[in-house]
Design a protein around this ligand. Structure first.
Ligand code: ADP
Ligand code: MG
Length: 259
């Protein structure tokens, strides 16, 4: 079910002045300190930044899995704060596909059953044709009956991508999708995400540590200590590596000052 959110001018996802603080001992950890971000339809955005800079928190807020302390999150034009938990779950099911570093496949389900899981959880009857199509699309047409442990890491992540694509989501959120893969498997997964944007008009927001992965994106955003501090359009490997080096040096200097 697609709403009018794909109409021109509405971002696939958007956050305004987003903050998230977590209680920590006697104080608080400011995971996000006023993030503004618009993810245009039909683009692939990479999000980079040091460990602990708030990348996962941002994705979780966008997915409605975490509740911000302040600011606005809009997905498919809908303000998540105005939706109750059930409505957020429906929005997640109908508009979002998620891919994680650790694949998050169910070990006792076959590749086909894993791919069909979002449909089943949403109370829908999966279609054998759709299952065959998405597995074929990720190059695993002949592995439908295999269990995760019978597949390589790269193949497992391709199953996870097929699962994310199954219900035809407008927006795919990927948290370090290639973090556990060798470079050949990583390139395959990145190619699939890129194709989802270029051929199917989907939108991808991908957290990554890897400049090569980021170079597949249309734009790279750099997060540091809960704020977006830099951006790079049409990134190539060298430019991303250079900016990342700069960001890491700045972060190290700031931590030294704070210590
Ligand atoms: P990243 O994904 O960039 O490594 P995270 O978004 O996971 O960073 O974390 C950002 C900050 O928020 C870190 O300081 C982390 O320790 C803190 N944090 C994240 N989740 C929680 C939580 N559930 N409870 C308390 N602190 C958290
Ligand atoms: Mg993270």
């Amino acid at each position: 079910m697609r709403t009018d959110a794909t109409a021109a001018g509405v971002s696939a996802a958007e956050v305004r002045e987003l903050t998230r603080a977590y209680p920590s001992g006697a104080g608080v950890v400011q995971a996000l300190r006023g993030v503004d971000l618009a993810v245009p339809h039909g683009t692939m955005i990479a999000l980079m930044g040091p460990s602990g800079s708030g990348k996962t928190t941002l994705l979780r807020c966008l997915a409605g899995l975490d509740v911000p302390t302040g600011g606005v999150v809009r997905v498919a034009g809908q303000d998540l704060a105005r939706l109750n938990e059930d409505a957020r779950a429906i929005l997640r099911r109908d508009h979002l596909g998620m891919v994680f570093q650790s694949f998050e496949l169910i070990p006792y389900l076959t590749a086909a059953q894993n791919v069909e899981l979002p449909a089943r959880l949403g109370g829908r009857t999966p279609s054998a044709a759709r299952t065959a199509y998405v597995l074929e699309a990720v190059g695993l047409g002949d592995r439908a009956g295999h269990f995760p442990e019978q597949l390589s890491g790269g193949q497992q992540q391709r199953v996870a991508v097929a699962r994310a694509l199954y219900l035809d989501p407008a927006l795919i959120l990927a948290d370090e999708p290639t973090g556990a893969l060798d470079s050949v498997a990583a390139r395959w997964v990145l190619g699939l995400l890129r194709e989802a944007v270029d051929r199917q008009g989907r939108t991808v927001l991908m957290v990554t540590h890897d400049p090569l992965a980021a170079s597949y994106a249309d734009r790279v955003l750099f997060l540091s200590d809960g704020q977006i501090v830099d951006g790079l359009d049409r990134p190539n490997l060298d430019a991303v590596s250079e900016r990342l080096g700069l960001l890491e040096a700045l972060t190290a200097a700031r931590m030294e000052r704070a210590a």
